[in-house]
Design a protein around this ligand. Structure first.
Ligand code: PLP
Length: 425
């Protein structure tokens, strides 16, 4: 019941706001992810690829966060998956939001988020978006260069500026330091410029890189942030915000780095450099994206065509499915992922855990477009599938559908929602 209310509320908001997901196509399924997959592919006309999103998994990730990092308020990085149901759920659970644009800010404010629970976490903002943030009362925002400070002083007097500093992102899947973050030798001059321009610097942020594989990077970055806090205090600021950024692993990520290891490293660094007893005035926030959504989404794709090829070592198969690298699997290009399929139906029958082993063949899996870059699995081993069979890719909630295109006229995959943890909140 509660989950349906959420769906209804969010759909109503979408109708008002014109968000990209079409509410009429959002479907809620009472049951498990597996049941939703099975029921959806069993429909007579089932062909389109679709996600099953488990809002219960998002809830469990939120509960894990609160248990392991009680000092740190998560601000969900909207860019990672702006699904209105995820945003609505996280808003109700008490998360804040990291927004990178006017549209993202509009979306979270529509969900009833307080402007003080939004950080405009983009160090290089278009003037029109900054003007909007000013009008909407969103004051917390990052910067890492002097020109941005000038812009902020002119367009957003009252900005609560957060200095984004470089972190060691050498062990991350996506290194962001190439583009953003003030170098250690530049922070003092930037703080002095802010002072001269009358911009209030309220804190420090960093990002250890998305898909961070090295928990020590968090500890190192907290120590660096402490140094910049001290510089800010020396220049007369009273910093009261530490933003430890994103980079937290998704549940069951291919990286294999468990969240509790990261949380322990980060928690210890916070205790060492920002001890709660002395730093009660410091609000600690983070910008996790992948962490909340990666494991919550599975993507089912239909084999729309196949090609059998004879190789020296026997037959091999090329399967063509109806979502690809120009769609949800853009994560292969942009997020350096290697999605692995599991077989949902074989020769038209649902594959059960109890099924005996089937012979495996060299197989590749391709997206639907006419481009040969559109390859999901270049070399795998699968049992023989027929046209019409289904594959599932798990852990597809982060940086997937949000960056999907309609190249070649193919649609963006719809979402079926389940909630395997529908406890009241
Ligand atoms: N914050 C900022 C400023 C980002 O650029 C990103 C991702 O690119 C995130 C947070 C979210 O990172 P992640 O999904 O690794 O937690």
């Amino acid at each position: 019941g509660e989950a349906l209310d959420l769906l209804r509320d969010v759909s109503a908001n979408q109708l008002k706001g014109g968000l990209p997901v079409e509410p009429a196509r959002s479907r809620f399924f009472e049951g498990s992810v597996r049941e939703a997959l099975h029921a959806s592919v069993a429909q007579a006309d089932a062909e389109d690829a679709f996600f099953v999103a488990d809002l219960g998994e998002v809830r469990r990730q939120f509960a894990r966060w609160t248990a392991l990092l009680p000092r740190v308020q998560p601000f969900f990085a909207v860019k990672c998956n702006p699904d209105p149901l995820v945003i609505g759920l996280l808003a109700r659970l008490g998360a804040g939001f990291d927004c990178a644009s006017k549209a993202e800010i509009q979306q979270v404010l529509r969900e009833g988020t307080a402007a003080s629970d939004v950080i405009y976490a983009h160090p290089c903002k278009p003037a029109s978006h900054l003007r909007y943030a000013h009008a909407a009362g969103v004051a917390m925002m990052t910067f890492d260069n002097a020109d941005e400070l000038v812009k902020m002083s002119q367009i957003h007097p009252g900005a609560q500026a957060v200095l984004r500093v470089l972190a060691d992102d050498s062990g991350a899947l996506c290194q962001l330091g190439l583009k953003f973050g003030a170098a250690p030798e530049d922070t003092r001059a930037l703080l002095a410029t802010a002072r001269r321009l009358g911009v209030d610097v309220v804190g420090v942020s960093f990002h250890v890189g998305s898909g961070c594989q090295n928990p020590a990077a968090f500890a190192d970055a907290v120590q660096r942030a402490r140094g910049v806090f001290d510089q800010a205090e020396e220049l007369g600021f009273r910093p009261s915000l530490l933003d430890v950024g994103g980079g937290f692993p998704g549940h069951g990520d291919q990286s294999g780095l468990p969240f509790d290891v990261v949380a322990a490293a980060l928690g210890a660094a916070l205790d060492a450099h920002f001890p709660a007893a002395e730093c009660g005035h410091v609000r600690v926030i983070a910008e996790p994206g992948r962490y909340f959504v990666a494991s919550a989404y599975s993507l089912a794709v239909n084999v729309v065509a196949r090609r059998r090829v004879m190789r020296a070592d026997g037959p091999a198969f090329m399967y063509y499915v109806n979502d690809g690298v120009y769609g949800s699997f853009n994560c292969i290009m942009f997020d350096h992922q290697h999605p692995q399929p599991r077989v949902l139906t074989r020769r038209g029958r649902l594959v059960d855990d109890g099924d005996g082993p089937a012979p495996l063949y060299a197989s590749s899996v391709w997206g639907p477009t006419c481009d040969s870059i559109d390859c999901i699995v270049p070399a795998g081993a699968l049992p023989e599938l027929l046209t019409g069979d289904w594959l599932v890719f798990d852990c597809m909630g982060a940086y997937t559908v949000c960056a999907a295109s309609r190249f070649n006229g193919f649609k963006i995959s719809d979402v079926v929602y389940v909630d395997t943890e529908s406890t009241p909140f």
